[in-house]
Design a protein around this ligand. Sequence first.
Ligand code: SAM
Length: 401
Amino acid sequence: MPAPTPTARDRFLALLRTATDDGSLVKLTLGKPRGADPTLHNLFVRPVVLKSGPHLCFVWRHATRDVTKNLAPAAALAQLEPLIGGDFLDAHLFTAAQTAQLQCQPDGTSRLVVKAAAPTAAPAVEAAGHDRPKQYLIAAESPWLRALGITNDRGQPRAEMAAKFRQIQKFAELLRDLLEQAGSHEREGEAARRLRIVDMGCGKGYLTFAIAALLGERADVLGIESRPELVTFCNGVARTHSLANLRFAAGAIADAPLAGIDVLIALHACDTATDDALARGIQAGARLLLVAPCCQKELRPQLTAPPVLAEPLRHGIFQERQAEFVTDALRAQLLEWAGYRTKVFEFVTTEHTAKNLMIAAIKSGPAGQPDDAHAQRLRELARFYGIRRQRLAEHLAFPLT
Ligand SMILES: C[S@@+](CC[C@H](N)C(=O)[O-])C[C@H]1O[C@@H](n2cnc3c(N)ncnc32)[C@H](O)[C@@H]1O
């Protein structure tokens, strides 16, 4: 009897085993959890070398904490196999030569896309023949980049952090341009002063450090993070490397002190945490708001669609993308109504994170009226998708129905 055709999941597991065996594994990310623990978001796996030999380091990312465990390769693979397509529906494998993305459905079917890897490390030198180090907006030799584990002792991006390094450079470029567009740094009626920038849900602070390094004495930068261990770590690195304009505080997005801020940033703040951050920035009169939304769950139970879309929306992935689109489209429209000129664009390639949409909003005028033309169009959009409540609308007291 011929052997059964391997499924997409079987082929993914074979790629994972090969990459682990031949040392080409860069990292594995599991997402879309569907296990019993609602606080679990992701599992990140990367190779590490311990005294006892090569291992795989597992980081279980929960809503408010990380749990880390190192396992020998055989034990790691044995633990991973039932999780892939079991507790996690999405799996993304990065090796030196390729990336493989597996998407599983609850009914057991799966789909695999394999692509050649993008160059893994940002080059430390410019084109061949030049010995001059490449000039990055955030110097690759910055000691804090090494302390955060992004670069090695030679000031080069570590292979597994190369995408993060590129994200940091891209973010710095973007912020520089947006600050220029947001206009002069003085608030009306005030003398020139340092910018006040708050990064909400800053995590390990990679991008918060980049902001402080980019702007130097032009800005005071505060990172707010709910996990106190990350706050302690980041404050330690900031102190050790004399970044006097950078500070981290433990706290929640909803309560952080924001009076008089100029710029509010919230990158990958899950679900309605993005709305909370936006609302706080608007209330504080920030002239630039910058968010990269993720995990748009709030509207899914409310979403209805015209009959013509019912058939395609049987597929979970289309429902998910529709929820992302409707959530972020409403947010962009609400920001416009609140008096902000708004742009929506892709931040970085999906290689680093699939959550790469960015919304940038620059204060440009007064907020609208509850019944002006823009407000009516906004309500039409909400009605079209059956949306009655949305967190940012509630914060702004905007009547959606
Ligand atoms: C996905 S990480 C993003 C980190 C960073 N902003 C980035 O994009 O690299 C989200 C972070 O927000 C923190 N967080 C989640 N909800 C929060 C809240 N309500 N208040 C403060 N921090 C929060 C989490 O602990 C986590 O470190």
